[in-house]
Design a binder for this molecule. Structure first.
Ligand SMILES: [Zn+2]
Length: 423
């Protein structure tokens, strides 16, 4: 396995920061080993702006460059959670560098390190009970003798109560615990101002298509021409590029979305296209969650035991009904999230098409997003002109914003399709 930061495509600045922090963290552990008293508060503990924080001008002592709470920000697909995981590996690396080969690196990257916890919200938000349990476990002494690392992959999906539980832990951090939060931005909608003020921010940028293509070729062994096409079509989203390059079903779904513009021939066709888009997102989401749902339900039924009679059985059944209800609620919430994610990917593809039509109409010297629908984009540009292409692009972006603001997806998509047809 190569060095852990090699996974981060086109993020030189962030990688620099993280490498330095990992080195500083290793120095803290070394210092703690030789001077046991230093172990009581190795990271300084009061946050990046606090006076005793080793990163804030405390000089080149052990710990400079390291702090206990971080936020990784960047657009979807820029590799926020990958950056957090690589940093976690570097913290657990026995060489303190993220060598990629030692047991610390290896188990962290594989997701099996005992002192690294990854929280992936399954529903629309991360609840307070999950967060409390997590904070409690994160306070324990690291079994590997290095750091307890907690990665929260979508910190913007914390409920307010869960955010408060997390804030408390970040304000009074256990000496060897490091929190790594991932969020689209540090806007107050994404992360509370108080949590933000306690964290160091690592901004990630949208990687350029050629950097994404390069990693697909090097790491995944994908043919260069396919990698180039997928990187461009995925618009800087590394995971999406990999799926497009390797999963025929993902390509079929994308083709169906990009066929929408030429199918919009009237009001009826616009409504049909809206239904088709929503149904496709539902089907894709159902396929993603079906396996996990079934496994969870089977596991719960086994845990509860099938049936049972005699004293106490009635009470046990009442408890069981509650647990099943809880599970169903969680699964429903996860399915809704998966549907929204699938629909959003479709809208991003569609926006890319109208963006291509717009730049063609403007004769702008920039590369198209969808290299395989260039002819269709040119036809659109001729028919609509720059202004019409721009109006359609805006209709797609408005639809995304409306769904984000909780407008019912069917209503938002129907309005968009009508706008795309009328122009
Ligand atoms: Zn290592």
């Amino acid at each position: 396995m190569p060095e852990v930061f090699a996974e981060l495509v086109g993020q030189d600045e962030a990688v620099d920061t993280l490498r330095r922090a990992a080195g500083a963290a290793a120095a803290v552990l070394r210092a703690a080993g030789t001077h046991p008293t230093a172990a009581s508060d190795p990271t300084g503990g009061t946050g990046p702006d606090g006076g005793t924080d080793p990163t804030g001008g405390a000089g080149p002592g052990p710990g400079a460059g390291m702090t206990h709470a971080w936020i990784f920000t960047g657009p979807p697909g820029s590799g926020r959670s990958m950056a957090a995981r690589a940093f976690a590996a570097a913290l657990q690396c026995v060489h303190g560098t993220g060598c990629g080969t030692c047991a610390g690196c290896h188990t962290t990257m594989a997701g099996t390190h005992a002192d690294v916890r990854l929280v992936v919200p399954e529903g629309l938000s991360i609840g307070v009970n999950d967060m409390r349990a997590l904070v409690l476990r994160a306070a324990s002494t690291p079994s590997g003798g290095r750091w307890q690392v907690v990665i929260i992959s979508d910190a913007d999906r914390l409920t307010e109560a869960a955010g408060n539980a997390l804030l408390k832990a970040i304000e009074e951090p256990p000496p060897r615990t490091v929190f790594l939060l991932c969020a689209p931005s540090t806007h107050p909608d994404d992360i509370s101002v108080t949590i933000r003020s306690r964290c160091r921010v690592v901004p990630l940028r949208q990687p350029p298509p050629d950097a994404v293509a390069e990693v697909l070729v090097r790491r995944d062994g994908i043919a260069p021409d396919v990698a180039e096409w997928a990187a461009s079509a995925a618009q800087g989203h590394v995971g999406r590029a990999r799926r497009l390059a390797g999963d025929p079903e993902a390509r079929t779904r994308r083709d169906a979305v990009l066929a929408v513009p030429r199918r919009l021939t009237g009001v009826g066709a616009a409504f049909d296209a809206a239904s088709a888009l929503i149904e496709a997102a539902e089907a894709e989401a159902a396929a993603t969650v079906a396996e996990t749902d079934a496994a969870e339900k089977a596991a719960l039924q086994t845990a509860l035991g099938a049936g049972g009679t005699g004293r106490g059985a009635a009470g046990a059944m009442r408890g069981a009904a509650g647990q099943i209800k809880d599970l169903e609620k969680r699964q429903k919430s996860r399915a809704t999230r998966a549907q929204r994610d699938a629909l959003d990917r479709a809208l991003v593809d569609l926006a890319g098409f109208y963006r291509d039509a717009l730049v063609t109409a403007l004769r702008a010297p920039v590369a198209p997003v969808h290299t395989d629908t260039v002819a269709m984009a040119r036809a659109g540009a001729e028919k609509w002109d720059a202004e019409g292409a721009l109006r359609r692009l805006e209709a797609v972006l408005e639809c995304r914003a409306a769904i984000e603001a909780n407008v019912k997806p069917k209503i938002a998509v129907e309005a968009m399709m009508l706008a795309l047809w009328k122009g």
